[in-house]
Design a protein around this ligand. Structure first.
Ligand SMILES: NC(=O)c1ccc[n+]([C@@H]2O[C@H](COP(=O)([O-])OP(=O)(O)OC[C@H]3O[C@@H](n4cnc5c(N)ncnc54)[C@H](OP(=O)(O)O)[C@@H]3O)[C@@H](O)[C@H]2O)c1
Length: 496
């Protein structure tokens, strides 16, 4: 695999704040190594690490090489060998002074041309002070024709209000166009394939509306529990961790109107329009009827007994943090009125699956089916994001034999049928940010609108007097989730 000319980074100093951390080691350094291997990073791209852990330039370079050995990749070895490191606290002006000197050196010695990409790989509470202090140090604005961009990771705030505060701090230093908010889900090949599926084919668009579609289901199911991230999860929960960002992003991409062009802003405009059309659950009765939370308890088999959430390390034994969410969302626009979108995500569910499915209306009554067509499952188009990335079309087919029996059959496409390997999501987002393509990054208005949808539900759950519904580990959530969809005469795609 090679990267085309226009998919090569321009000269740039790539500054990673939180360079000693988990994200840097597990995602960013491996992605940089792959990009050097495929020719995406020219010699005028240089690496600068910033963190409080004491290290010299050489020690940081050695840390990069140890973390990703890649002995055969000379460009990676060179990037690591010339890496610079700034050791200091994020509230100390001296840190920014040293960074400024290192960046000036980098421009002089390696031709990084005044271009900077700041990657905020720190705990989220440092995003605001980092942005504000970069601004105060005069490091947030481009000089001359160069660019300065800031890449930030979710979470973008903790609720509607804190998201607004974070936004105010970010834009005190950077213009909105300089801010690249990552949702690495959007960089997955299958998620991008949603765009290809919808807009590179003419067969789907005519049926992509309320006339043909009965309901949409989005499932993000994990078999794992919180593991050693109990402390983090206690302050997050499934709604903030998965629904506010990944689910709403995928939903908006899947159901938005066709953009007028593939210009990044045209796509992001359509996504935010779709998010605005989602009817917020404001009324308490609406929330109670359309939003279900749950928390896993001990479960599994005798050989494989899984602890309950409240038994996990770092979790309050009385915790009411949700590890499961099911929602019915309604979209008030011309295309989707009357088509419910059912969303379900959780930990310790029976299968690991991330998919988006469109279920089509059942056929009308036919004389061929004396008992009516109601027993037939709906035809469905399923986009599998993980695992086994691909597409399936499910439809009814006659079982061979004298009787007229119809069963579901499917046509499957697997991404494995392509010889090319999919790039890792972080490879994609790093290169996009270096090139300056914001298509797969989230704009401030999308963040605000997503909080507008989930925040009233979270606040309602905080106030709720009723205890959180429980489900046994390795089951599909609490009974309330089944009721949520079955009362509409439908069922979850995965429920066996
Ligand atoms: N890890 C992942 O797989 C992952 C996945 C998706 C998103 N994210 C997001 O990526 C960001 C970084 O995650 P991470 O897991 O890499 O975080 P992390 O390992 O906990 O922290 C990164 C670095 O920040 C510094 N740090 C920690 N606490 C600090 C404090 N109170 N003050 C100043 N510096 C502090 C530490 O370096 P020093 O002590 O050396 O300064 C640490 O090595 C977060 O926003 C996270 O939500 C992470």
């Amino acid at each position: 695999m090679t990267i085309e000319q226009d998919r090569r980074s321009p000269p740039c100093a790539l500054v990673i704040f939180g360079a000693s951390g988990d994200l840097t080691a597990r995602k960013l350094l491996p992605a940089l190594e792959r990009l050097t291997a495929f020719g995406g990073l020219p010699p005028e791209v240089r690496l600068v690490g910033v963190a409080r852990t004491a290290m010299t330039d050489d020690e940081f370079g050695e840390y990069c090489r140890r973390t990703v050995p890649a002995d055969g990749n000379s460009r990676w070895k060179e990037l690591a060998a010339t890496a610079r490191y700034v050791h200091g606290g994020y509230d100390d002006p001296a840190t920014y002074q040293r960074l400024s000197e290192v960046l000036a050196d980098s421009d002089r010695m390696y031709g990084t041309a005044g271009n900077r990409l700041y990657y905020f790989a720190t705990p989220p509470r440092l995003f605001s002070p980092l942005a504000v202090n970069l601004g105060k140090a005069g490091l947030s604005k481009p000089s001359g024709a160069g660019f300065v961009r800031a890449v930030i990771e979710k979470p973008f705030g903790w609720d509607e209000e804190s998201a607004r505060e974070l936004y105010a701090d970010l834009v005190s230093a950077f213009e909105e166009e300089q801010i690249f908010r990552i949702d690495h889900y959007l960089a997955k090949e299958t998620v991008q394939n949603l765009l290809a599926l919808r807009f590179a084919n003419s067969i789907f668009e005519p049926i992509w509306n309320r006339t043909w579609v009965d309901n949409v289901q989005i499932t993000v199911a994990e078999t794992l529990g919180v593991g050693d991230r109990g402390g983090f999860y206690e302050t997050t929960g499934a709604m903030r961790d998965i629904v506010q960002n990944h689910v709403l992003q995928v939903l908006s991409l899947f159901l938005m109107e066709p953009p007028t062009s593939f210009h990044p802003e045209a796509i992001r405009d359509e996504k935010v329009k779709l998010l605005r059309a989602i009817r917020p659950l404001d009324d308490e009765r609406d929330i109670a009827a359309n939003a279900v939370r749950g928390q896993y308890t001990r479960g599994g088999t005798r050989e494989d007994l899984m602890p309950g959430y409240r038994e996990e390390a770092g979790v309050d034994p009385l915790s009411s943090t949700e590890t499961f969410v099911a929602l019915r969302l309604d979209i008030d626009n011309w295309r989707w009125t009357g088509v419910p979108v059912y969303v379900r995500t959780g930990k310790r569910l029976p299968a690991r699956v991330t998919e988006v499915a469109i279920e089509f209306h059942q056929p009308p009554q036919l004389p061929l089916f004396p008992g009516g067509a109601a027993h037939l499952q709906r035809d469905a188009l399923i986009v599998r994001v993980a695992p086994d990335e691909g597409l399936s079309l499910r439809f009814g087919a006659k079982v061979p034999g004298h009787a007229f029996t119809v069963e579901k059959a499917s046509m499957d496409f697997s991404y494995e049928s392509f010889v090319q390997q999919s790039p890792d999501a972080y490879e994609r987002v790093l290169l996009d940010a270096l090139i300056g393509d914001p298509t797969l990054f989230i704009r401030a208005d999308e963040v605000g609108r997503s909080w507008r949808i989930v925040d009233p539900v979270l606040k309602y759950w905080d106030r709720a007097a009723q205890p959180i519904p429980l489900y046994q580990a390795a089951t599909w959530g609490p009974p309330e989730a089944t009721m949520l969809i079955e009362r509409d005469g439908r069922s979850w795609r995965h429920s066996g």
